[in-house]
Design a protein around this ligand. Structure first.
Ligand SMILES: NC(=O)c1ccc[n+]([C@@H]2O[C@H](COP(=O)([O-])OP(=O)(O)OC[C@H]3O[C@@H](n4cnc5c(N)ncnc54)[C@H](OP(=O)(O)O)[C@@H]3O)[C@@H](O)[C@H]2O)c1
Length: 294
């Protein structure tokens, strides 16, 4: 009986596989599933079973889930297709008779009105409808959404957004992955809904302050209207629909949609979550190290 991790070719799913291995789950009991076969190669060399899947091709899912005890559905990344794709995963998991299907949803899925939450809310409803035992991992924002932009923040001396004074309980992918691995490797998680976020919520103003402190130069937060922020993201090269989703998500932060106070993430991972300040310092050190090498 195996544990299947979808999205294992992506950033979060890959970390979940590593966490399972670190916990001593035998590599041969883990099935790393993703679309990009090349990225599965290194895991296969370490004895992890691998399956090439496409959420849009049910036959690939049926094959990957054959003999599975638990499946992690890492939400897909193709707007407009996710709900049908997630339904395919739910159907295949049901057919395989899995004991547990864990799903990476969005924080506060019960109440949030953020545009990007709609697919997650519909997937949660489909899970409830399916009769498959499930766990909801309602992941908050990744800290990497911010630390990956460090160079841009420093170059502009500014963080731009439309989140106002709203607080976001962001946490690292590594912490979210550890929580998912705990659910997959542990017992008694069926039927649970975990609201997952970092222990210390912060405003984008505080983020700018932390970036400035790490870089040793002033970095300010500039709050824009949703329209102006979206336009600024398009001007920076983002496709319009993606820019609109990000600006809408910042309004969600302003409303408190990405604020999580449950403490579920720290409880599941068994330690405090990595703080925004530590993540910014680590990202800055990595950048400085890279610059020194060049
Ligand atoms: N909480 C947040 O802040 C946040 C931010 C961004 C996204 N997300 C959500 O969280 C998910 C995981 O995040 P991440 O950082 O790991 O994203 P990521 O690195 O882009 O990984 C996405 C994974 O989904 C797989 N995938 C996409 N479409 C698929 C399909 N049709 N069939 C099979 N697999 C498919 C990809 O497979 P291939 O690479 O092999 O194609 C990849 O393994 C994202 O997909 C998205 O739904 C959350």
């Amino acid at each position: 009986m195996s544990i299947v991790v979808t999205g294992a070719t992506g950033q979060l799913g890959r970390l979940v596989v590593e966490e399972l291995l670190e916990r001593g789950i035998p590599a041969g009991s883990i099935v790393a599933a993703g679309r990009n076969a090349a990225r599965l190669g290194e895991l296969a060399e370490r004895g992890v079973q691998t399956r090439t899947i496409d959420f849009s091709e049910p036959a690939t899912l049926r094959e990957a889930f054959d003999g599975a005890k638990k499946v992690l559905l890492v939400s897909g990344s193709e707007p407009g297709q996710r709900l049908d794709q997630h339904q395919n995963v739910i159907d295949a998991a049901k057919e395989a008779g899995v004991e547990l299907l864990a799903y990476t949803s969005v924080a506060n899925a019960g109440t949030t009105t953020m545009a990007l939450a709609a697919d997650h809310q519909a997937t949660e409803a489909a899970l409830r409808e399916s009769g498959v035992p499930f766990t909801l991992l309602r992941n908050g924002w990744y800290l990497e959404n911010y630390t990956a932009q460090l160079e841009t923040f420093i170059a502009h001396g500014a963080v731009f957004g439309s989140a106002g004074e709203g607080r976001v309980s962001a946490a690292t992918r590594a912490d979210f992955a550890r929580a998912a691995a705990e659910v997959l490797a542990g017992e008694d998680h069926a039927g649970k809904v975990y609201e997952l976020g970092g222990d210390d919520a912060f405003t984008l103003g505080e983020l700018a302050g932390a970036v400035g402190a790490a870089a040793g130069q002033p970095v300010v937060y500039t709050d824009l209207s949703e329209k102006d922020y979206s336009a600024a993201l398009v001007a920076a090269g983002l496709p319009e629909p993606y820019a609109a989703i990000l600006a809408d998500s910042d309004l969600g932060i302003a409303r408190g949609d990405l604020l999580v106070t449950s403490g579920d993430l720290a409880t599941l991972i068994g330690r405090p979550t990595e703080s925004m300040h530590d993540a910014v310092r680590a990202a800055f050190s990595a950048l400085a190290g890279k610059a020194a090498q060049n």
